[in-house]
Design a protein around this ligand. Structure first.
Ligand SMILES: C[S@@+](CC[C@H](N)C(=O)[O-])C[C@H]1O[C@@H](n2cnc3c(N)ncnc32)[C@H](O)[C@@H]1O
Ligand SMILES: [Zn+2]
Length: 373
């Protein structure tokens, strides 16, 4: 079957039922993820003042059909596709040639390749957790590491032990699953990079129920790495009333009981408490989305929402709050306006249509924005 994405057309096998069979993998639902990757590559190039003629190098470390590498090559990057599966390598080679592009396709273990060569951009898009590729990615990239994680259940604490093992952090299964997962993932990546005196700062990130995707800009030096470690910390969370409190620092000093309702507190961490995106970069990414992309509208909207998200480490969901309180929900614009009118900062978030961030505490949200029956 042929699939056109952006400026390229690739052949991909019909996919068997989820998780079975050994056909080379392709997920059409990840088109948004790939369109945004192309926009990020454009945004990166837009801000680069190249004094020489060197073409930027992009590694599609887990290539499968090679669709990412082919799209990067079409953007003028010196693209390398890498996969351990010989069928994937053959298909990626055909797809490069089908688009008259001369990107390189190698049959290697990506970890070996990333220890031997360097690339401006390394893109990790594996099955499940990206952690087995993280050390080598920070070794092999000079400017940007792009990471997809599809193991959302471990990341968000639904599969607790597996989350603890893979991410060396305590994840908690809260109501803000996707954001918990994103912050556990970024925490592990920041700590992995810091081991090599590298600062890996997230400049653009987005998450759904099915995956988290983050783009980390690299800066070398112990001081820069220390500054990012300082943005790690813990979140205390009350399952009963949804109170939460974020505390910076690697050493947890958890609350014993919820200050609002006296119920037990759960603590997650170390998680990333800093910004998951740089709003100015997200705006450049939005401008780099073009109408030829299949998900253009959705991609632009996502960039806008992400750029406007309040710098708070957790979000709420109006519908869940209202259900819990036994009150009716209102339109989101109205809800956000009520919070702002009461003197709080508030924004929507990309984690869901009824989600929001605010600097108001949970009791203050109720007082400011809810009409009690
Ligand atoms: C989720 S698929 C990649 C999807 C692809 N990037 C896309 O956007 O359609 C993961 C790929 O990683 C490959 N892979 C697994 N272990 C690898 C390794 N150690 N080095 C390189 N590739 C590997 C698998 O063979 C598989 O093709
Ligand atoms: Zn409570």
């Amino acid at each position: 079957m042929r699939v056109t994405e952006g400026d390229v057309t690739v052949a991909v096998p019909e996919q068997p039922d989820a998780g079975v069979g050994d056909a080379v993998f392709f997920n059409p639902v990840q088109e948004l993820n790939r369109d945004l990757t192309v926009a990020v590559l454009r945004a990166l190039e837009a801000e680069t003042d190249r004094d020489g003629d060197r073409t930027p190098r992009y590694l599609d470390a887990n290539a499968a059909s090679g669709v990412r590498g082919v799209r990067a090559a079409a953007e003028g990057f010196e693209a390398t596709c890498c996969d351990v599966d010989p069928d994937a390598v053959e298909l990626a080679r055909e797809n490069m040639a089908r688009n008259d592009l001369d990107g390189r396709v190698v049959h290697r273990d990506a970890n070996a390749l990333m220890h031997e060569e360097t690339f401006d951009v390394v893109d990790i898009d594996p099955f499940g957790t990206p952690i087995p590729f993280a050390d080598a990615a920070f070794r092999g990239a000079t400017r940007l590491v792009c990471i997809t994680a599809t193991d959302t259940a471990p990341l968000c604490g639904a599969h607790f032990e597996s989350g603890v093992r893979h991410y060396s952090a305590v994840p908690r299964n809260t109501e803000y699953h996707a954001e918990m997962g994103m912050r556990v993932l970024i925490s592990a990546l920041v700590r992995t990079a810091a081991r090599y005196d590298l600062a890996a700062r997230p400049v653009f990130s987005h998450a759904t129920k099915h995956y988290a995707r983050t783009y980390l800009r690299l800066d070398s030096g112990a001081r820069a790495a220390n500054a990012l470690v300082d943005e790690l910390g813990h979140v205390d969370h009350c399952e009963h009333c949804l109170y939460r409190e974020a505390t910076p620092g690697l050493v947890a000093d958890p609350l014993d009981w919820c200050p609002e309702c006296d119920e037990a507190i759960q603590t997650a961490g170390p998680i990333w408490l800093g910004r998951t995106c740089d709003p100015a970069f997200a705006e450049t990414v939005r401008e780099a989305v073009d109408d030829g992309m299949g998900t253009a509208e959705q991609a632009r909207e996502l960039c806008e929402t992400v750029a406007a998200e309040l710098d708070e480490p957790t979000h709420y969901d109006q519908h869940r709050l209202c259900k819990r309180w036994g009150v009716g929900a209102v339109a989101m614009d109205e809800f956000i306006e009520r919070l702002r009118a009461a003197g709080y900062s508030a924004s929507r978030t990309h984690y869901g249509g009824t989600t929001f961030k605010t600097d108001a505490e949970v009791t203050e949200i109720r007082a400011a924005a809810v009409e009690e029956d």
